[in-house]
Design a protein around this ligand. Structure first.
Ligand code: NAD
Ligand code: DAU
Length: 332
């Protein structure tokens, strides 16, 4: 497993994973990334050239994918269209990348007999009621809500079929909401932090009672590395760090950490079909593979994330105006 191919390695979680691999292993990484609006080469700045190679390309490009699989020992597949709000506006790229892209990688994994780890989301399970004592487990039935989550569910099912039908050596992980450095300003936490940095009030969809189960991106990376090293082929592992918080609480915490009044935010138009609550039971990953998250304190992880955005305006500023102009057209 010394040569890793990482798809989507210039995105939020993929770039955090590449940093994690360079810091904690001696593996070589080749990043395959299309550099859509969500990809940013600057997220890989400073990494050593002899450890990280960057290839700009599309995961639906089968000849390119073949060439890169032929020289990799294992593949970690992060590349995706990842934002629910965009999928409500224009679902087509989600079908192309999340479904056809994953299919293209599976065919290459089959052809070259390469180990593949597929990154997925807890959203494939739909949502939970606020007062439901249950959390998602590996046996929760699939019930996705949005065009985004339905294409992720479809990609998971393709992976399962390629394992069973063709013997592809793959694993799947479904993780909860990530936060940390290098996250695009379209997403909830960076949007609110950068709003405050610009003197704009944070925007809360609907009532703000929706719950997300937050995990630091570096904990997601350590979990994926653990599965790559010790996971059983054909298995699915849920990744989560017991971080349930409602959106209102998160906005108030951001405001208070940034020295603002806790109620200095606006309620805006709700997301269509907005999932109410996600919650992960990660016992299988912890008990079977011994994984333990390191970022147990959300407040200090969030404070460090705020510091990162404060210190890295050149990284996020070019995308900010376009994102806000898009949200304005939706009353958000
Ligand atoms: P992101 O949008 O920040 O990054 C996606 C990356 O994929 C970008 O660099 C983009 O350029 C690249 N990409 C898109 N289409 C491509 C294509 N056709 N070919 C090659 N590269 C392409 O996404 P993220 O938040 O980092 O999510 C990464 C993965 O993790 C996704 O599969 C997502 O479903 C999953 N996930 C995300 C979260 C979360 O909280 N963000 C939680 C669980 C799972
Ligand atoms: O659960 C994992 C998923 O988490 C991943 O699969 C997705 O790729 C990732 O984008 C994320 O999906 P969400 O839709 O939960 O994340 P988002 O950051 O878009 O929104 C988080 C919550 O905050 C959600 O309840 C909607 C709300 N929200 C979002 C924005 C952008 C707001 O209230 N205001 C906002 O401005």
């Amino acid at each position: 497993m010394s040569k890793l191919l990482v798809t989507g390695g210039a995105g939020f979680i993929g770039s955090n994973f590449v940093h994690h691999i360079v810091d904690h292993t001696d593996h070589h990484v080749t990043v395959l990334d299309k550099l859509t609006y969500a990809g940013n080469r600057a997220s890989l700045a400073g990494l050593p050239d002899d450890r990280v190679e960057f290839v700009r390309g599309d995961i639906t490009d089968a000849p390119l994918v073949d060439e890169l699989f032929a020289r990799a020992d294992a593949v970690v597949h992060y590349a995706a269209e990842s934002h629910n709000d965009n999928s409500l506006n224009d679902p087509r790229p989600f079908l192309d990348t999340n479904i056809i892209g994953t299919y293209t990688l599976l065919e290459a994994a089959r052809k070259y007999d390469r180990r593949l780890h597929h990154i997925s989301t807890d959203e494939v399970y739909g949502d939970l009621e606020l007062d439901d004592p249950a959390r998602f487990t590996e046996s929760t039935p699939y019930n996705p809500s949005s065009p985004y989550s339905s294409t992720k569910a479809g990609s998971d099912l393709l992976v399962r079929a390629w394992v069973r039908s063709f013997g592809v050596r793959a694993t799947i992980s479904n993780c909860s909401n990530n936060y940390g450095p290098y996250q695009h300003v379209e997403k909830f936490i960076p949007r609110q932090i950068t709003n405050v940095l610009r003197g704009v009030r944070p925007k809360l969809y609907g009532s703000g009672e929706n719950v997300r189960d937050w995990i630091h991106a570096d904990d997601h990376s350590s979990a994926v590395l653990t599965i790559l090293e010790k996971g059983r082929i054909g298995e699915t592992y849920l990744i989560g760090a017991d971080g349930e918080k409602d959106n209102k609480t998160v906005v108030e915490l951001i405001l208070s950490l940034m020295g603002q009044d806790r109620d200095a935010y606006d309620h805006v138009t709700d997301r269509a079909g907005h999932d109410l609550r996600y919650a992960i039971d990660s016992s299988k990953l912890r008990d079977e593979l011994g994984w333990v998250p390191q970022f147990q304190d959300f407040t200090s992880g969030l404070a460090a994330t705020i510091d990162w955005y404060r210190a890295n305006e050149p990284w996020w500023a070019p995308a900010k105006d376009g994102v806000e102009a898009f949200y304005a057209t939706k009353g958000q």
